[in-house]
Design a protein around this ligand. Structure first.
Ligand code: ZN
Length: 200
């Protein structure tokens, strides 16, 4: 299981510190870890019957994220690592919930450490794009765009490093209620972008 550990002296975000992102070892107690299970994503996948069937079998871990406890000020940069498992509900690939920033005018960078997938971007005016993410590629998320990562690999985790303005905050509400305009599904063994039939 991927993760990262911290070596050396205690974290010091005022004087500086070095953090060793090691994807093969366990997690430090010092990071803020969040986990999202299938049961926490009710109503977010397009195929509700497939969602229920999958949930009856197992409440699978969809993704986890590990954030550094950086002070939440405008001059600091929050960063960490997100790990999205492979899998599908119906023909729709596993994804992270996705969010806008509470301070809408803030961007973010994601750098892919492992796996392959997409970053789905969408703004309030309806402009959208799906940016490729594979190991070695970085995606720039512009300010004012909601962002969600999607794992299209059949068997490999999608692991990304992220960094954003530390006071930006997360707004999940509008995505949870309205969803995204577009979905990434498997068609003839390859990823395809379709309109979300349940949007709004
Ligand atoms: Zn963000």
């Amino acid at each position: 299981m991927a993760g990262f550990h911290i070596s050396g002296d205690p974290l010091d975000f005022l004087k500086g510190c070095t953090i060793d992102f090691d994807l093969t070892t366990g997690l430090s107690q010092k990071v803020d870890t969040g986990k999202r299970y299938l049961s926490q994503m009710k109503g977010m996948f397009a195929d509700e019957a497939a969602f229920q069937a999958a949930l009856e079998k197992e409440d699978s871990l969809i993704y986890e994220f590990h954030g550094m406890p950086v002070p939440e000020t405008a001059g600091d940069l929050a960063f960490g690592c997100s790990i999205l498992n492979p899998g599908k509900i119906g023909d729709e690939y596993y994804f992270t919930k996705g969010h806008f920033h509470t301070i809408l005018e803030t961007g973010e960078v994601y750098y892919c450490l492992k796996g392959r997938g997409y970053m789905l971007l969408e703004n309030l005016e309806g402009d959208w794009s799906a940016q490729e993410l594979s190991a070695g590629q970085a995606v720039y998320v512009p300010k004012r765009y909601a962002h969600r990562s999607i794992n299209v690999s059949p068997d490999e985790q999608l692991v990304t490093f992220f960094v954003f303005r530390a006071d930006a905050g997360h707004d999940y509400g509008s995505i949870e209620t309205k969803g995204y305009r577009k979905l990434l599904v498997e068609r003839d063994g390859a990823p395809a972008i379709i309109d979300n039939p349940n949007w709004e």
